[in-house]
Design a protein around this ligand. Structure first.
Ligand SMILES: [Zn+2]
Length: 336
């Protein structure tokens, strides 16, 4: 009823457009919402397989760790989802995820620092490890900082990794797990966290530093408990809520391949983003952020996201509405 105290429509952000499918489309005349390409910023194709996400709503994925040559070959293939990747996990000798049963051979690259590794004329072990990933086309460098599972890179080696990546214009994403690992990464200028920190509460000062540095946090809230109220799930939700409230840049990501999750957009991850305090436009921004590449590199504009039906009137309905999205040729969608 016009003029009543009805539900105000959710603000879906500047990228959302009301569209109608053209007569040439599969379901001509169908109305819905067009969104920019949806991206899962944390997947492992070595675990889900290269074709598992072909028929989902995901237009892009970011592979955050696997055998370098294999993942690079997946990324060269045509079609959706487009694959950006880190290549191997860079880690300390014997560090996480070396010897993990799920880590395919070649997915961990140990950085062995030799005595005299600071000779100015030669590339250091850290520089060589970064250069290997970049040579195969990596657009982000992944470091594993998991003190709970073994040795971690010392601060000087981590700084050298970050400097090498930044010299090439590429960001560094860290898996942080265990006491003090978040601070080690933030001190080193690491650009992103592969998971919202889930083993330690970050105090507001450290979160403020992360925000001021422009850090991105990839959510992966669902895998912190798989729907159960674990201590890790509570810590992650609290950290992400305060990071978002402080203005931090949140990226949707699921760690797809790690445990049982739906292929495609996971509505449970979206529901946890809502619980962390993200509004509709922030949830959609986290799903459509082009990180780690620029917006002009995400695609050629030929593929768009189409969400059928009326947009949701409440945040509670947002996850399932978004999970019903699909890909559509952009030329089949007409604004009205
Ligand atoms: Zn992962």
């Amino acid at each position: 009823m016009a003029g009543s105290l009805g539900h105000a429509p959710l603000d879906l952000g500047p990228g959302a457009l009301r569209v109608r499918r053209s007569m040439s489309a599969e379901r001509p005349g169908e109305t819905g919402t067009m969104l920019p390409p949806l991206i899962d910023h944390h997947v492992h194709l070595m675990l889900v397989g290269p074709d598992a996400l072909r028929d989902t709503a995901l237009a892009g994925v970011v592979d955050l760790g696997g055998p370098l040559d294999t993942i690079a070959a997946y990324a060269r293939r045509d079609g959706v989802p487009r694959v950006a990747f880190a290549g191997s996990f860079l880690t300390a000798p014997g560090g996480y995820p070396v010897d993990r049963p799920w880590a395919s051979p070649g997915s961990a690259r140990e950085i062995v620092v030799e005595a005299g590794d600071d000779r100015a004329a030669l590339p250091t072990a850290a520089e060589t490890a970064v250069a290997e990933q970049l040579a195969f086309g990596a657009s982000v460098i992944k470091v594993a900082l998991n003190r709970a599972a073994g040795p971690v890179l010392d601060a000087a080696t981590l700084a050298a990794v970050v400097a090498s990546a930044h010299a090439a214009g590429v960001p560094v994403v860290a898996h942080v797990e265990g006491d003090g690992m978040s601070q080690l990464a933030i001190d080193a200028g690491v650009d992103a966290f592969a998971h919202t920190p889930f083993t330690e509460r970050l105090d507001d000062d450290l979160i403020a530093r992360a925000v001021a540095a422009g850090q991105c946090w990839i959510s992966t809230l669902f895998v912190a408990g798989y729907g159960e109220p674990t201590p890790e799930a509570a810590i992650a939700l609290d950290n992400l809520g305060r990071f978002h409230a402080a203005g931090g840049r949140v990226l949707y990501g699921t760690d797809l391949g790690n445990g049982e999750q739906p292929l495609g957009v996971n509505p449970a991850e979206l529901a946890l983003l809502v619980r962390a305090g993200l509004g509709a436009s922030a949830v959609i921004a986290s799903l459509t952020d082009p990180w780690p590449v620029g917006v002009d590199e995400v695609g050629d504009g030929a593929v768009a996201t189409f969400v059928p039906g009326e947009p949701p009137a409440s945040l509670d309905a947002l996850p399932d509405w978004l999970a019903a999205a699909g890909l559509s040729p952009a030329e089949d969608l007409q604004q009205y």
